[in-house]
Write a protein that binds this ligand. Sequence first.
Ligand SMILES: Nc1ncnc2c1ncn2[C@@H]1O[C@H](COP(=O)(O)OP(=O)(O)O)[C@@H](O)[C@H]1O
Ligand SMILES: [Mg+2]
Length: 244
Amino acid sequence: MGQLALNNLSKSYGANHVLQDISLSVKEGEFVSIVGPSGSGKSTIFQLIGGLYTPDAGTISLDGKVLNDSRGHISYMPQSPALFPWRTVLQNVELSSEIAGTKFDRSKTMELIKSAGLSGFEDAYPSELSGGMKQRVSFIRSLNAPQSIICLDEPFSALDEFTRLEMQQWLLSIWETYKKSILFITHDIDEALFLSDRIVVLSDKPAVVKEELIVPFGRPRSEELLLSDPFLTLKREIYNLLRG
Ligand SMILES: Nc1ncnc2c1ncn2[C@@H]1O[C@H](COP(=O)(O)OP(=O)(O)O)[C@@H](O)[C@H]1O
Ligand SMILES: [Mg+2]
């Protein structure tokens, strides 16, 4: 469960040709990142996967079934946390199962809240939380959804560097526990390298897949990796791909 495949996706908005023949896949339990310049069509890929828009050509399939145009198969975390202000932390986290029409598992929800360092904040409202806390609520809400693949669109881009690194480490630890497939969008090369099993590099618009790289670093990963020679070598390679 949780195998996603995009085959030769193309998409234009009117005369604006955004995606050209995009193919990529995420295997079960895999962490794949898409990096690309701003405006290259990364969020558009998620909108197609989520069924908000229809591709002009190509197919999207999950576990071997084509899902073009049908919604509700993936769990999607947008760039801003999008919590409901009138719902508590607990009620926000349980929203994903509510929408999917599945039963709550209160003990799982409480465990997730604990893993996010939010014990004691179950009944707090979003306005009482810091930016990082809101992100964590939003993320565990995606994790609490019954879908086996999670799409994250630049979830940490608004955070300062230290909070971002903490959040990345937290995301990895929780992903290692729950092992859902993740498709992650970022324009931050360090972030993609630190988190992923594989990285798909997109060109400028109309976006094509420039390169797909396997990230060779073992897990668990720690902060020191960020300054190691193999890390910096790969970082340079991706940087040049994005620039060239
Ligand atoms: N709903 C939309 N309607 C029309 N044009 C859009 C829409 N969404 C995105 N675009 C255009 O598609 C291009 C790619 O946007 P987007 O997918 O948001 O890129 P990225 O996420 O890589 O920054 C941009 O030129 C943007 O203006
Ligand atoms: Mg975007």
